[in-house]
Every structure is written in structure tokens, then in C-alpha cells.
Design a protein around this ligand. Structure first.
Ligand SMILES: CC(=O)N[C@H]1[C@@H](OP(=O)(O)O)O[C@H](CO)[C@@H](O)[C@@H]1O
Ligand SMILES: [Mg+2]
Length: 538
């Protein structure tokens, strides 16, 4: 075990920095991450041993952050996000001051979980295309080697590809086998499911995909080789796929740029009515958009994907004769547009749950449903089917050809949807399947409901931790009196809704407001931001 002291010595922690395993792992400037990566290697090995040698994933990425940042997240055996207890352990380990402290804490974890150090530790690693990735991979490897872990390095991967192979490795040879644990296996599985789910239908027009100059570019190019030829199915134009210039990552492109700025990347040449989508830097998030006939930019975000998919799956479940046995639900966060929530409840007649921000919360809520469709407004999300639902769909005997067809489509959709985690490439194929079946272009999709005008603001305060929330982050319990002041402002505008919460990834309080008109939404957001600012500087 002295190797552990040596590894920690080789990558000392910078003085005065405090690291936190946040909503999406550790994420900050790449130059201060060496020590964190080595320690994450140690923790990953222990997590695997605590689960009797199940494969654990380590993904080196900072998603939509600027090129000079990087980060790391751990993945559980079925491809889920790391358990909260281990997030706390990872945070503690990363903040140990000396190599000896690291070693001591390592032994503490071993004792706490009664870990057998002779048992195998198995870890899968992968990274996005950031320039700092290779060096940081070396730091993780040093930690893994010191802990005696068996390592599979998949090189460049999208985040969802890593989740996929972790799940495949841990389910191989069981009744829950998820697929071949290789990159090729990923393309083959999703490519074949796409073809089956389309059932000969062809999406109208072409699709332009902005890959944020990240790892999604080369991976989409590979995936296309496994899709039916464009003459028969989907014609895809790949843009912003330059990974040779890592400094271009997420710059003026990508899902975050599009969602935040509410406009297409300047590099996009798409004309009115052309369907476009943007991935983020690690391809676990996607938004659609197009220019309407008046050349106005129109966003089709995560809420739109959720409503589109929920409506389609609802139809197929009904057509297959399964409406009485399966209930579909939609999981959103407070950032979902009020019009989307209303559409799901009143038009689709489906149940809506609201959870705190962060994919893990949505995923957990969706796991409680037969079919759980979950998306954050910014485009993170997927659909999950419970084990009982999978069983019901597998065993169902169709009574006529209509039922048989719907059942085929449902089964293909189950294979097309990456159930381990939200996956931009898999979500994209799913959206294309739904649009093809509905024979819809982006305008028809947009016409399902009208978004309430809204505004998202960031407020910098002295200490954002004083802002404590309840009711899935929709109400502040502290500082006292702030919620009452917000409520007062909300009542002054038509269809008003507003909330404030501390961000889990940035040092700021986010304020969201929506109302019947753009002016009212903007005004409400500004007023609530003032209330927050005043309370935060007291
Ligand atoms: C309003 C918003 O978009 N918040 C984002 C952002 O979380 P915050 O806790 O709001 O900083 O980053 C998370 C991780 O990527 C993502 O899950 C979430 O949706
Ligand atoms: Mg991402």
C-alpha cells in the first residue's frame, strides 16, 4: 500500500483549493486537477472492490465548459451516476492535504466498507477530446495502478458511450445483457434499433448536427456508418466536428451556446425549415432548433423532446393494447416551461413529477415509473423502462397486425434508447424516429404548444449556501422572508412563476421567471434577482 503514498506524492494537492464532487463530478481548470484525478483513481478501485469487482467507470470530461477546463465523474455498474455516499467520499479524498492523509483515509474506507483488498478492482476509463485529457488520464492511471486495479482504457468516448460499456461489462452473460462492451457494439446496437424502429419510414428533409467541436463529432461520423443509407433513411450533415483544434471546443457552438443564447451557431448554414440539433462537448445533451418561415430562430429544447417522446410512446403503448398495464410518466425540474408541464397533464393526460436539478434526481424519480421519460430543459435526458415493464412488453401477445406493429416499434425503441444515461446520439435517433412516424417537420413539432416567455438570470452573492430550498427547489426556506417577497412579485404578473436556487456547478444563485409576456417575464426575473441580491449581500 506504500504505492498509494507514492502516487499521491507524485501528484500533490495545490494548497488552499477546496474540491467538490458536484452535480456532474469534479469540474474546474484542468491545471489544478492532477491530485484529484489520482485520488479518483484510488476511490474508483475501492468502489469496485466494495461491489465485489464490478466494473466502475471513470470519465474525464468537462462537458460544455470552456476548453481550458476539465473534470472527472464516476459511473456505477449499471451506468448510473455515482451513489451519493461515494460522492462524499470522493470529495473528502480529494481534499486530503498530504499523501499520508490520503493513505490514512484509503485505509479508513477499506475498514468502513469491510473491503477485501485481495478481491479484484475493475475500472473502465475514457475521456473527451480536451487537450489536457491525456495528461489527466496519466494521473488517474497512477491512482489505479497504486490501488492494484485492472484497467480498460477506451481512449476517446462520449460520456454515454462510457456508461454504455460499463453496463455491458457488468451484465454480460446475464438475462439483463445490454450489448457488446465495445465501441463497435454501441454503434451496432443503436444503428440496428434505429432501422427497426423506423419501419421503412423516412424522416423528411435532412438533419444538421452541430457537434460542439467535441468528441461527439468523430463518434457521430462512426455511428452514421452503421445507419441505413441516407437514401433510405436519414441524411445527416455533421458540422463543428473539428477535434484537431481543441481550443475550438464549445466555442460559438454546441448545445449550451444554443440554449443560452437562443440562437443557432454562427457556423450553421441551415435555411428556413431545416432541422438542426446541437450536442454538448461530451455528447450527453442535445437541443433541436430551426428557423421558421419568417427566419425567426425557434428552439426545441429538452421539454420539447420529452413531450414529443412521451406522446409517441403513449400512442404506441395504446396501439399495442398495453394501455391498461403500463403507465407513462414525465419527470421534469422546476426549469421546465410551465406550458410544457400543462401540455403533459392536460393534453397528453400523463403524470408529471418535479425533482431537484441534476440528472441523478430525475433518473431516480423515473425509476419509480413503468415508463419514465425524463429531461432537463437544457437537453439532458432519456427514457427508462422498469424491469416489470420490459417483461410485460417482451411477453405481450398481439391480437392483430396493428398491435403487432406498435409492439415492434416499442421493442425497437427500448433498444434505441440508452437507458443507462441521457445520450445525445441515441436521443437524436429517437427524435428522428418519432418525427418520421408522425410525418412531422420541426414546425409541426413546435406547434404542439406555445412556450411561456421566460428568463434565466445568474446572481452573484457573498455566500450562495445561505439560499436553502424545499419543494424540488421551487421555494426558498432561507433566508427568511425572501420567498414571501418573491411571491408578492409573482402575483403582480399574469401566469407568473419564479424561483431562486443556488447553482450546484457555479458560484451563483440562479433566478428563473416566466410570465404571459416577454416584458412581464423579464421584469419579474429582474425584480426577483434584486430581492436575491439584497438578501445575499446582507
Ligand atoms: C439551470 C440549469 O441548466 N442547470 C444545469 C446545471 O446545474 P446547476 O446546479 O443549475 O448549476 O448543470 C447541471 C450539470 O450539467 C445540469 O444538470 C443542470 O441542468
Ligand atoms: Mg455534457
Amino acid at each position: 500500500m506504500s504505492g498509494i503514498v507514492e502516487a499521491a506524492k507524485a501528484h500533490p494537492a495545490p494548497e488552499g483549493l477546496v474540491y467538490t464532487y458536484g452535480t456532474a463530478g469534479f469540474r474546474t481548470k484542468a491545471e489544478v486537477l492532477d491530485s484529484v484525478l489520482t485520488r479518483v483513481g484510488l476511490v474508483a478501485a475501492l468502489r469496485s472492490r466494495s461491489l465485489k469487482g464490478k466494473w466502475i467507470g471513470v470519465m474525464i470530461t468537462a462537458s460544455h465548459n470552456p476548453p481550458e477546463d476539465n473534470g472527472v465523474k464516476l459511473v456505477e455498474p449499471l451506468g448510473n451516476m455515482l451513489q451519493e455516499e461515494w460522492e462524499v467520499i470522493s470529495t473528502k479524498m480529494s481534499n486530503k492535504a498530504t499523501p499520508e492523509d490520503v493513505h490514512e483515509y484509503y485505509k479508513e474506507i477499506v475498514a468502513q466498507f469491510k473491503i477485501d483488498l485481495e478481491s479484484p478492482a475493475r475500472v473502465v476509463v475514457a475521456r473527451d477530446t480536451r487537450a489536457s485529457g491525456a495528461h489527466l488520464l496519466g494521473c488517474v492511471q497512477d491512482g489505479l495502478k497504486a490501488a492494484g486495479a485492472e484497467v480498460k482504457d477506451f481512449g476517446y468516448f462520449t460520456t454515454p458511450q462510457l456508461h454504455y460499456v460499463v453496463r455491458c461489462l457488468n451484465t454480460q452473460g446475464t438475462k439483463d445483457a445490454y450489448g457488446e462492451p465495445t465501441e463497435k457494439g454501441y454503434y451496432e446496437k443503436f444503428g440496428a434499433a434505429f432501422k427497426t424502429a423506423l419501419k421503412g419510414k423516412k424522416p423528411s428533409g435532412s438533419l444538421t448536427v452541430d457537434c460542439a467541436n467535441g468528441v461527439g463529432g468523430p463518434k457521430l461520423t462512426e455511428l452514421i456508418k452503421h445507419l441505413p443509407p441516407k437514401e433510405e433513411a436519414l441524411e445527416i450533415h455533421v458540422i463543428n466536428d473539428n477535434v484537431v483544434k481543441p481550443e475550438a471546443l464549445n466555442v460559438d457552438c454546441g448545445a449550451d451556446f444554443v440554449k443560452t443564447n437562443q440562437r443557432a451557431p454562427p457556423s450553421s448554414k441551415a435555411g428556413p425549415g431545416d432541422r438542426c440539433c446541437s450536442l454538448d462537448g461530451d455528447a450527453d445533451r442535445i437541443v433541436y432548433y430551426f428557423k421558421d418561415s419568417s427566419n425567426v430562430f425557434r428552439l426545441l429544447d429538452g421539454d420539447r423532446i420529452a413531450t414529443l417522446v412521451a406522446s409517441f410512446l403513449g400512442d404506441q403503448v395504446r396501439l399495442a393494447g398495453l394501455a391498461d398495464s403500463l403507465k407513462i410518466g414525465v419527470v421534469q425540474t422546476a426549469y421546465a416551461n410551465g406550458a410544457a408541464t400543462q401540455y403533459v397533464i392536460e393534453h397528453l393526460k400523463l403524470k408529471v413529477d418535479c425533482t431537484p436539478t441534476g440528472v441523478k434526481h430525475l433518473h431516480h424519480a423515473a425509476e419509480k415509473l413503468d415508463v419514465g421519460v425524463y429531461f432537463e430543459a437544457n437537453g439532458h435526458g432519456t427514457v427508462i423502462f422498469s424491469p416489470d415493464t420490459l417483461d410485460t412488453i417482451a411477453k405481450h401477445e398481439p391480437k392483430n397486425t396493428g398491435q403487432a406493429e406498435a409492439l415492434d416499434i416499442l421493442r425497437a425503441c427500448i433498444n434505441l434508447i440508452n437507458q443507462s444515461v441521457g445520450d445525445a446520439l441515441s436521443d437524436m435517433l429517437l427524435v428522428e424516429v418519432v418525427l418520421a412516424h408522425k410525418n412531422w417537420g420541426p414546425q409541426e413539432w413546435l406547434s404542439t404548444y406555445t412556450d411561456l416567455p421566460n428568463r434565466l438570470l445568474k446572481v452573484i452573492v457573498n455566500d450562495r449556501k445561505i439560499f436553502e430550498t424545499t419543494d424540488a427547489e421551487r421555494k426558498l426556506v432561507k433566508p427568511e422572508g425572501v420567498q414571501t417577497a418573491i411571491d408578492k412579485e409573482v402575483q403582480k404578473v399574469r401566469q407568473g412563476r419564479s424561483f431562486a436556487r443556488a447553482s450546484g456547478t457555479e458560484d451563483a444563485v440562479r433566478v428563473y421567471a416566466e410570465a404571459a409576456t416577454k416584458a412581464e417575464a423579464e421584469d419579474l426575473a429582474r425584480k426577483v434577482a434584486e430581492i436575491v441580491k439584497a438578501a445575499g449581500s446582507a
